[in-house]
Structures are given as C-alpha cells and as structure tokens.
Design a binder for this molecule. Structure first.
Ligand code: NCD
Length: 305
C-alpha cells in the first residue's frame, strides 16, 4: 500500500505515467466513469481549501466513487482533542483512501503511518503540497510541451509557500532547469530547501527582490500569495502582503510564450487585467489538478482501466 506525502516519492517515470493517464482521462472521460465504483475517498481538511478539496471530491465522483469527510477542524473530533492518529485509524475503517490537509507540518506523514489505507498529503503547514505540484507539472507539460530546459521564476512568499517547496523538489529532477527566486528578504526560500535540493543537486538558482529585472529570462512565472495564516504577527503580514503585484505593465519585457501560473487563491498578486492575457494559465492549472488527482487516486487504489 502506497501513500503520497512528498512529491519525491514518485519517480519521474511515474510522474510521466500520471500525466499520460490524466491526458487520457481528459480525452476519454467515459472510459473512467465506473473505475472507482463502490470506493470511498475521505477528505480530512483541518485547514481551509476550495480547489484542493473540491477537485479531490470532483475527481472521485468522476471516477464513479463516493466521498465523505469534513472541511474544518471544528466540525471534527479534533475539536474535542482527538489525535490525528486516532482519527485516521477510525477513518481507515470507513474509507478506501484519505486526502488530508493539516496546519501542522508532518501531520499527514504521521497519518500515513497509522492508517490502513493510502493517505495523500493535501498540504501540511508551510511544508509540502505534492498534489498541487502534480497540477503544476501537468500544466507545464501541456503549456510548454516539456519539463526540462526551463527557467522558472518563483515569486512571492517562498518561505511559507508549500507549493513552491514541492515544485522545486519535483523540477530539480529534470535536465537544465534553472530557478529565479523572487521574494522580499523576509520571505526567502527556507535554507533547508536550498541546501537539501538546490545546492545538493547543483541546480543553478538566483535570488532577487526584483521581479521586472528577472522577467525577460522566464519561461514560467509562478506567483504565490503571502501566507497570512503562517505569520506570527499581523503587522508583518500587512507590510509584506503587496510586495509583488503582477500588472500588464510589468509584463512589458516578458516573453511571448511565458506561462503565468499561480496555485490560487489569488489575493492581490495578479491584477485581474492579466486574466485575459493568453499567457495566464492559472485557471487551466486548477482544471489540470482535477485530472491529475483522478490519475493519482487510480494509481494509489491500484485500479486498472
Ligand atoms: C495553495 C495552498 O493551499 O498551499 N492553495 C492550493 O492548494 N491551491 C496556495 C495558497 O493557499 O496560497
């Protein structure tokens, strides 16, 4: 039985297979409509979510399965003091697979050690978010036609942005990928990500505070929200929240084939005036995420179609 806690648990070959299955699902949805008949997905969300939870649920429904779960800690027995371990031991009795989001880093890992069904990390604190990365990889593959030979600008809250950490880990395995890390001083990429991935693998990267200067080099611009819920004090959040706002003027020196991504939700980081630019990929990205979650559920449940 396999869980997915960290994106590096999937080999690049397996990621290629998931992309191929997601593509087949998109082309031939009817073929998959009964694939998970009789199976149940539990979504245990101890933190807010729109896309991740609903796309998991839509994914399971489109595979013919059913969904149960909760969308906030207050409505679960966590509010009575139940441990994550006890919760997943019990949910394992009711469901065939679990998707869990939790504010504490490592909680889904602990859950996967206690559960008797596969556990998918749907975001753990400021740490990782492997299924967002699956959505991101599918977006890059479909929009750029490759996962190698790319210069990727990551902009915003690189400290607390878990999607950034998982994306860097995943992309570090493809040839000739370079990162430009664009953030305020206070929100730089954590040193453990730099040390354990970028430095260890000898991946080229630059750190800057200047988005516009970096722009002409970029194949991909991955914008992120400043993660208010991870700040210790509101004043720091208010000071940093609008550090980067992507406007049409800032795209002046961008490539014509730039792919603009954002895991969403967006607050102010991307002006709505960008939404109609053909380079804006963030709403497509949310759709790619559903197909990749369908492919992942099939893989972890061992369902052959
Ligand atoms: C992201 C998350 O939860 O980390 N959202 C998502 O899953 N698409 C990004 C964010 O909340 O800013």
């Amino acid at each position: 039985m396999r869980s997915l806690i960290d994106i590096l648990e999937l080999s690049t070959e397996e990621i290629g297979e998931l992309i191929a299955v997601a593509d087949d699902i998109r082309q031939n949805p009817a073929k998959y409509r009964e694939a998970c008949r009789g199976k149940k997905l539990a979504t245990l969300f101890f933190e807010p979510s729109t896309r991740t939870r609903l796309s998991f649920e839509a994914a399971m429904y489109e595979l013919g399965g059913n969904v149960l779960g909760f969308s906030e800690a207050q409505s679960s027995s966590a509010s009575k003091g139940e441990s994550v371990s006890d919760t997943v031991k019990v949910v394992s009795l009711y469901a065939d697979i679990i998707a869990m989001r939790h504010p504490k880093e490592g909680a889904p890992l602990v859950a996967s050690m206690k559960a008797s069904v596969p556990v998918i990390n749907a975001g753990d604190g400021g740490h990782n978010h492997p299924t967002q990365t699956l959505a991101d990889l599918d977006t890059i593959w479909n929009e750029k036609g490759r996962l190698d030979n790319l210069t990727i600008g990551l902009c915003g809250d690189l400290k607390f942005g878990r999607t950034v950490h998982s994306l860097i880990a995943a992309m570090s395995r493809y040839e000739n990928v370079k990162f430009i890390l664009i953030s305020p001083e206070e929100l730089k990429l954590p040193s453990y990500v730099k040390r354990d991935i970028l430095v260890k693998k000898g991946i080229p990267y630059e750190q800057t505070t200047d988005l516009e200067a970096a722009m002409p080099q970029l194949d991909i611009l991955y914008m992120t929200r400043v993660q208010r819920e991870r700040f210790f004090n509101e004043d720091d959040y208010v000071r940093l929240k609008d550090s980067y706002i992507l406007t049409p003027a800032k795209l002046k020196n961008a490539r014509q084939d730039l792919c603009i991504m954002h895991p969403l939700p967006r607050v102010n980081e991307i002006s709505v005036a960008i939404d109609d630019d053909p380079r804006a990929c963030y709403f497509k990205q949310a759709l790619y995420g559903k197909y990749m979650r369908m492919a992942l559920i099939l893989k972890l449940l061992g369902v052959e179609v």
